[in-house]
Ligand binder design. Sequence first.
Ligand code: G6P
Length: 495
Amino acid sequence: YDRQDQRLPKQRLLVVANRLPVSAVRQGKDSWQLEISVGGLVSALLGLKEFDARWIGWAGVNVPDETGQEALTKALAEKKCIPVFLDEDTVHQYYNGYCNNIIWPLFHYLGLPQEDRLSTTRSFQSQFDAYKKANQMFANVVHENYEEGDVVWCHDYHLMFLPKCLKEKNSNIKVGWFLHTPFPSSEIHRMLPSRRDLLESVLAADLVGFHTYDYARHFVSACTRILGLEGTPEGVENQGKLTRVAAFPIGIDSDRFIRALELPQVQDHIKELKERFAGRKVMLGVDRLDMIKGIPQKILAFEEFLEENPEWRDKVVLLQIAVPTRTDVPEYQKLSSQVHEIVGRINGRFGTLTAVPIHHLDRSLDFHALCALYAVTDVALITSLRDGMNLVSYEFVACQASKKGVLILSEFAGAAQSLGAGALLVNPWNIAEVAASISQALNMPADEREKMHQHNFMHVTTHTSQEWAATFVSELNDTIIEAQLRTRQVPLLPV
Ligand code: G6P
């Protein structure tokens, strides 16, 4: 069976993620304006030419009325997207609550919310109930749209309960699940009151994938220690059923960034930025405004660098793009004020009447502006306290063919395992070490920079998002065929 063969029908792929890659804004009673956001996953799927992919997810807006839901469903169908409608209370308890206030910080080693301590059990339970309910709603939409032979690929920590909901109703569905965050050590995972349910549900999938081998190993050891199951070199064995567990490091669509740099508007932008920052080295941070990104630690390290290297004070600028995210969760609101306060203090301390050391932007940049910024950067500073992969590091490298700038990268980002040899690796909690790395990066000789850049550029352009998605889906197909052979559901080849 050759899927590249144009005469054969393409295999259908149902991608299920919390968010659709489309933002919807209501224009009138039954009209919607849609804007596609091309993130890593979208470009990965666009590259999967041999599959007919459609996307199932939450539209990110509350649409209580049926007319609005019908109109939005119709508009999204043109983009091969199928919406899951979640009411406000479910979004609050499932998305803001269980996903982003409980699993997200825990999986990034930031513990469980402290202020809930007295009412922990009750609030965990009601948020977990909402999580299960929301996952069941996603499952219902998958079932409504499922056709025999489809492959279902579930994504991320929002949908850990989904594999079980899918298999319970139809054990023949091919299900893969991929986690975009770290999977923590089993000693961290065991803190979750719902630790067993989540593991058991994920194990209902046929193939479970992580960014790194370490995350996969942590998952298998959580299954052995918490569920008492057996780990094998292939995955986890549960009552005769094998769930395959493996590492599939994601990448980016590097060509898209490289091509963008040739565009006249990007070239103009690069020229403007060069003039604007002439005579100063440019350091860059691009992050969602999230606790896991270590933004306060990064800025404090920059302050320490300025303090210890007065000769650099008017020769370097840090541009920090902090894209607001999950703004209804109190922890994120607190972080925003904390970052503003530190930036204000440092700019007051080291700024002059004409220049400030830190430019902090509370918003996202459009794709072309971002490419231009990456291209003029001398040093990229990524200080995640934990990060599943961190694709900003990949995007920076893709745009650095002429500048060959330095990447300072947290050892706690998944990307440290692929780009570590071409970066200055740091422990973001060690402010003095990060400050020293800034100095080393700014003073690095050109031949050393070039060597590190070449290593990274080679990796980023050969380990792309398209290749990642194709590998995962083909492994999922193979896993299922192997399982059928094991249980003899597929006739063996005739002798
Ligand atoms: C992380 C998660 C994604 C999520 C993204 C943005 O990268 O792994 O699943 O979509 O953050 O977060 P948001 O809550 O805005 O969807």
